[in-house]
Design a protein around this ligand. Structure first.
Ligand SMILES: Cc1ncc(COP(=O)(O)O)c(C=O)c1O
Length: 391
């Protein structure tokens, strides 16, 4: 059987060898509880402090501003709930602003807050998935407390003007807390919160060759924010629970590698991705690229499209049989009958949105693998179209 081709790095990435080694050392040598006072605990505490310092340095932050979490979902939940509730307690209002194309970790959190009495505005996006800064400016008012705009989208790779959004929101209301979900962008883009002008920023390790189930939330000093998880006094009482030390060390190691190797990795994945972006419409008739057609305006590893007159799910199954791992969009919407909320918000008609394909490249992919995709897909799509036509 031919080797598998993995092209779903936006869903998750394989764990880097160096990350694995660093984690292995924690599991074998530094397995103590960082809260214990004896030697094993002290050793674990030192490893935790070092990982926190490394993450902080890489993000241009102070170690006190890093809260380790169980991943992107928790970071997003904790960021938005934490800031919304704290701001309300300060009497600053209860209006939240986000975008229609956020990950469900953000959208469902905001929807839950609406059920709890908050008011929310979901900003529309243009056909390429970019928010309108004028609409943001119009939405932010004296009652607005939290603005959450993702750094880059997980389905179509669109990079948002987060720094400008933060400036616009804070110019309109200086007390607004700005959050960005940088889960897809971290590693590929410079997501230092200082440069983006945000107060809260979410990262997940498994999108950048780190382990699953661990992430971080950057919380800028003096940001009104309250913890989601209550219990022990870990993370300076901002996130209770014994720390996932091996995971945290894995996250720090993965983030360091991603930052150190950003240029080379991006150049590599961009070249492979561009072959898909420009090659697919040439090879498969009626391919509609979704997200920005200008490669510079999307994540360097992100390709997404819809094929007219074909069912996306069937394409994925046929690709899987051909040894290629791909996605119709976010892993969370796979299997759902609803067309993607991201594509719908971008104005893609429902029939077309059902035929979506996302290929996200990793730095371990090769030209030969991209060749295989470009050779395999035209045949799959034309076979499925022929079947649909004859049904
Ligand atoms: C943009 C974005 N935010 C949040 C998440 C959730 O992250 P996790 O799966 O680590 O909880 C994802 C995962 O796909 C994502 O792509």
């Amino acid at each position: 059987m031919a080797e598998r081709v993995y092209l779903d790095h936006a869903a998750t990435t394989p764990v880097d060898e160096q990350v694995l080694e660093a984690m292995w050392r924690v599991y074998t040598d530094t397995w103590g509880n960082p809260s214990s006072i004896y030697l094993e605990g002290q050793q674990a505490r030192r490893a935790l402090d070092a990982a926190r310092k490394l993450c902080a340095d890489l993000l241009g932050a102070s170690p006190k501003e890093i809260v380790f979490t169980s991943g992107g979902t928790e970071s997003d939940n904790a960021a938005i709930r934490g800031a919304a509730l704290a701001q309300r307690d300060l009497g600053r209002g209860s209006h939240l602003v986000t975008t229609q194309i956020e990950h469900h970790a953000v959208l469902h959190t905001v929807e839950q807050l609406e059920r709890e009495g908050f008011r929310a505005t979901y900003l529309p996006v243009d056909a390429e998935g970019v928010i309108d800064l004028a609409a943001l400016e119009a939405a932010v008012g004296p009652e607005t407390t939290v603005v959450s705009v993702m750094t880059a989208n997980n389905e179509v790779g669109t990079i948002q003007p987060v720094a400008e959004a933060a400036r616009v929101a804070k110019a309109k209301n200086p007390q607004v807390v700005v959050h960005t979900d940088a889960v897809q962008a971290a590693g590929a883009l410079d997501v230092r919160p200082g440069a983006l002008g945000v107060d809260l920023l979410s990262v997940a390790a498994h999108k950048l060759y780190g382990p699953k189930g661990v992430g971080l939330l950057y919380v800028k000093n003096r940001t009104p924010w309250q913890p989601l998880l209550l219990g022990g006094s870990q993370e300076k009482e901002r996130r209770a629970g014994t720390e996932n030390l091996a995971g945290v060390v894995g996250l720090a190691t993965a983030l360091k590698l991603a930052c150190d190797e950003r240029e080379e990795r991006n150049a590599r994945v961009r070249a492979l991705r561009d072959r898909l972006l420009f090659g697919m419409p040439e090879r498969v008739p009626d391919t509609v690229i979704t997200g920005p057609t200008d490669p510079a305006r999307r994540l360097p590893n992100s390709f997404s499209c819809c094929f007219r007159n074909v069912e996306g799910e069937s394409v994925l199954l046929a690709l899987d049989l051909a040894g290629i791992a791909a996605s119709s969009g976010s892993a969370c919407t796979t299997g759902a009958l609803e067309p993607s909320h991201v594509l719908t918000a971008m104005g893609v008609e429902p029939d077309l949105a059902h035929a979506s394909l996302r290929l996200t490249v990793g730095h371990e992919n090769t030209d030969a693998e991209i060749d295989r995709v470009l050779e395999t897909l035209p045949e799959i799509v034309s076979r499925l179209r022929a079947l649909a036509g004859s049904a």
